[in-house]
Design a protein around this ligand. Structure first.
Ligand code: NAP
Length: 480
């Protein structure tokens, strides 16, 4: 796929590129227009994908971790070679500024390189025995064929965050990208093919989410489902998995609090808060959703934050110098505008933005700052997923922690402070899987990522990322 064109892109099944006779259409959020079509699978084809995956499994798990790692490194090389081209595809299907799509490509490559190595450290252990003549050991083996479901907001890196550790652990993967952003995943499948992975080890199914998920849930070949997306769909998967007790890893929604303390470095705090809020056009599961500033620095912080927000350039992601792109679709735009309106109705004040961008065809919202929101406002209770920054204040550290934890979600949290004692207290008391201290972009290949409370189950990345795809077995040896 050298350039996205108006043709029906085939799906990658059983090591072949397949036309299915059905198709879905992909829109460019910067224009609202369809620019590509992709073959959509039917239920039989999803079933066949699992059969092909199962057939590839003995040989794939039979390779040494080093051999699998070498193949993952080859995929990383292919991704590297095609990074600029695939970044353009991400921007066209998702809307994000091209520089951020390039950042997504760099992280995709890094995940592949991390897990190529990490697969070699799937250690078991020998445990000191407590009965003469016996020995106890632990071995770790691949869990089996994996069904993976990825969202549209970081369409490639979140898919690879699942595929890379599963493949490294010895598990074949059947991956379903979001119907809104399937093209970058198909380009990635070309990289996998070029790297020489055997057919069936990595496959892509595109089409009806409900139908594909139903096959993932009911097909006994599928031994694990790993999902990134909304808490609502996560709940549906939990219900569906109850019948067969299918193991799930769930990376779900967030409602990240960001706390700005009066001892922070103001310039750094403003810069990092702008990143935590507006990166990916605010459409990030770890985006700062609720921003609390200590009362004594409220006015100064807000003045600087609004000035920073007004400097952000909003426009089509392929245009040079753009910081904020369009929202993914009309529904996303409407939901953001409704949150702003509701907050204003509750007494909050719009300090900048607050409207759809004039003169642009796609789903563009002006980067928005609203101050004086109440805890009852929608934007403080529901994931915003838009470039809207709602502010309120706090007085003491205890109050800030209480506000931060007053949520059913716990994916990420942020704090701007230079007090080392406070940093430890926050790390211990804030209920979130990731805490960024003076850091608005905390995710990295080598550290675990995931949520507490309704933000999910399990961890991706780090050394923990491999655990999701390994079984732990105790072997007791007698007669020794
Ligand atoms: P979504 O609607 O839950 O969709 C995510 C994926 O699930 C897509 O591939 C979607 O397919 C599929 N899906 C939709 N309905 C399904 C069903 N009934 N059963 C199984 N799969 C189904 O979420 P989204 O709008 O794409 O993504 C935004 C959400 O993801 C936000 O809540 C965000 O916080 C969360 N998120 C979490 C993380 C994390 O790491 N914790 C990271 C990024 C995003 P179709 O697109 O084909 O419908």
């Amino acid at each position: 796929m050298s350039e996205v064109q108006e043709k029906v892109h085939k799906v990658y099944l059983g090591g072949k590129w397949i036309e299915t006779g059905e198709e879905i259409h992909v829109k460019n959020p910067a224009t609202g227009e369809t620019f590509a079509s992709v073959a959509a699978v039917n239920r039989d084809q999803v079933r066949d994908a699992f059969t092909a995956a199962q057939a590839s499994y003995p040989a794939w798990r039979g390779l040494t971790a080093k051999e699998r790692g070498t193949l993952l490194l080859r995929i990383a090389d292919e991704v590297h070679k095609r990074a600029d081209e695939i970044a353009r595809i991400i921007t066209m299907e998702n809307g994000k500024p091209l520089a951020q799509s390039k950042g997504e490509m760099a992280m995709t490559e890094d995940h592949l390189r991390w897990f190529a190595e990490e697969g070699r450290r799937a250690y078991g252990r020998l445990i000191p025995h407590q009965v003469q003549g016996k020995r106890n050991m632990v071995v770790r083996t691949p869990i089996g064929v994996v069904g993976a479901i990825a969202p549209w907001n970081f369409p490639l890196v979140l898919a690879v965050r699942k595929a890379a550790p599963a493949l490294a652990a010895g598990c074949p993967v059947v991956l379903k990208p979001s119907s809104q952003t399937p093209l970058s995943t198909l380009a990635f499948a070309e990289c996998v093919e070029a790297a020489g992975l055997p057919g069936g080890v990595f496959q892509v199914v595109v089409g009806s989410a409900r139908m594909i998920a139903e096959e993932f849930l009911t097909n006994s070949i599928c031994r694990k489902i790993t999902f990134t997306g909304s808490t609502e769909v996560g709940r549906e998967l939990i219900r569906g998995a109850a019948q067969s007790i299918k193991p799930l890893s769930l990376e779900l929604g967030g409602l990240a609090p960001l706390l700005v303390f009066d001892d922070c470095n103001l310039d750094q705090a403003v810069e990092q808060t702008l990143i935590a809020k507006f990166r990916n056009t605010g459409q990030s599961c770890i985006a700062a959703n609720r921003i609390y500033v200590q009362r004594s620095i409220h006015d100064e912080f807000l003045k600087r934050f609004v000035a920073g927000t007004q400097k952000l350039k909003t426009g089509p992601g392929l245009e040079p110098g753009v910081d904020v792109g369009p929202l993914i679709n009309q529904q996303g735009l409407d939901a953001a505008l409704a949150q702003v309106e509701e907050a204003v109705h509750g007494g909050a004040k719009v300090l900048c933005g607050g409207k759809r961008m004039a003169g642009l065809k796609g789903y563009f919202l002006e980067p928005t700052v609203i101050d004086g929101v109440t805890e009852a406002s929608l934007c403080m209770r529901e994931e915003t997923f838009a470039p809207v920054a709602p502010f309120t204040t706090f007085a003491t550290e205890d109050e800030a922690i209480e506000l931060a934890n007053a949520s059913d979600y716990g994916l990420s949290a942020y704090a701007m402070t230079r007090d080392i004692g406070r940093i430890f207290r926050l790390a211990e008391r804030i209920e979130a899987g990731t805490i960024g201290i003076n850091d608005g972009a905390p995710t990295t290949s080598q550290s675990p990522f995931g949520g507490v409370k309704q933000s999910g189950w399990g961890r991706e990345l780090g050394s923990e990322g491999l655990d999701a795809f390994l079984e732990t077995k105790h072997v007791s040896l007698g007669g020794i």
